[in-house]
Design a binder for this molecule. Structure first.
Ligand SMILES: [Zn+2]
Length: 306
């Protein structure tokens, strides 16, 4: 994967709250972080990586006042000549690319305009409309304020503790979270929540379908990423290779429910799956990548996920 060093890095799509001293003491409330040590880490990552979403139910209840950060130092950093080599600025570019893709793909595929969503960079803890969260919950999307939240140190955990060191893990995680934003915009998420309420026995199975669809959307973005630009005609990526896609698949494998349960030392219990197995997560990322079309991501279709 190579980023175009001439692409403009649009930090206005980011809200950098890392300098604000954390989430203001909201704490993690009811977050079931589990015991200390590696088990706790694994449990929190299970919620996390998915985080996405699932995470939000685990965050302490009641929306707290979302905060606003200060992008001054980020925009300075990302206007330097070597900015596309910096972790922060690369992640800004991933967000820029993902949103550039959906800006056109959303109306084309779903008939509705795309509504931009900011990514909040935080450290340690953060207040959101979905409640207060700490880094242990991992990256997540909050439908209440339409934002993606990530503590970038998560990537180090992904590499060190979960065996997914490839750099393409980073845009994969972000594209998955933006997949949840798309589900919010299309109404798929709200429909699924209603189904969960009607049929509590299917709660986890429905969650798996939602998560696998977000993985599929990440694959769709990956397929189309080299076509995305910075708004002034500069492509954001100059290349995405087979190896990058393999790294995306490897990440999907490492965060499958069965693999995480095994890694946590427990038994594999399918009834507790909320995100899908390693095989399913890889399969749906691949489905999205191979088709390049969001239409291929109908995980809710009868029989699509068994
Ligand atoms: Zn998710």
């Amino acid at each position: 994967m190579e980023l175009n060093e001439n692409a403009r890095i649009d930090t206005s799509q980011i809200d950098d709250q890392r300098g604000s001293g954390g989430g203001g003491g909201g704490g993690i409330g009811g977050l079931p972080i589990g015991g200390g040590g590696i088990t706790g880490i694994i449990i929190s990552l299970v919620l996390a990586v998915v985080g996405g979403y699932f995470g939000i139910n685990q965050i302490s209840g009641g929306g707290s006042e979302p905060q606003t950060g200060d992008n001054t130092s980020l925009s300075q950093e990302c206007s330097q000549s070597d900015a596309s080599k910096q972790l922060d600025c690369r992640n800004v570019l991933y967000v820029n690319s993902i949103q550039d893709y959906w800006k056109d793909a959303m109306p084309q595929n779903f008939g509705d305009p795309y509504q931009p969503a900011k990514t909040v960079l935080f450290s340690r803890q953060v207040n959101t409309a979905c409640g207060a969260a700490d880094s242990g919950v991992g990256p997540f999307y909050c439908p209440g304020d339409d934002r993606v939240y990530i503590d970038l140190t998560f990537y180090q955990q992904l590499a060190d503790q979960l065996g997914a060191p490839g750099e393409f893990a980073q845009p994969y995680v972000l594209a998955h979270e933006y997949g949840h934003h798309i589900q919010d915009l299309t109404g798929t998420e709200a429909t699924m929540r209603r189904q969960q309420q009607r049929d509590p026995g299917q709660q986890n199975a429905l969650s798996v379908k939602l998560e696998l669809q977000a993985d599929c959307y990440a694959g769709v973005w990956a397929k189309n990423a080299t076509g995305t630009d910075d708004g002034s005609g500069q492509k954001i990526f100059t290349s995405i290779t087979d190896q990058d896609i393999q790294e995306g698949l490897d990440t999907a494998k490492q965060i499958g429910d069965d693999t995480l349960q095994q890694r946590g030392g427990g038994q594999v219990n399918p009834a507790e799956f909320t995100h899908g197995t390693s095989a399913q997560r890889q399969q749906w990322f691949r489905t999205g990548f191979e088709s390049g079309s969001p239409k291929s991501c109908d995980t809710f279709k009868q029989g699509a996920v068994s």
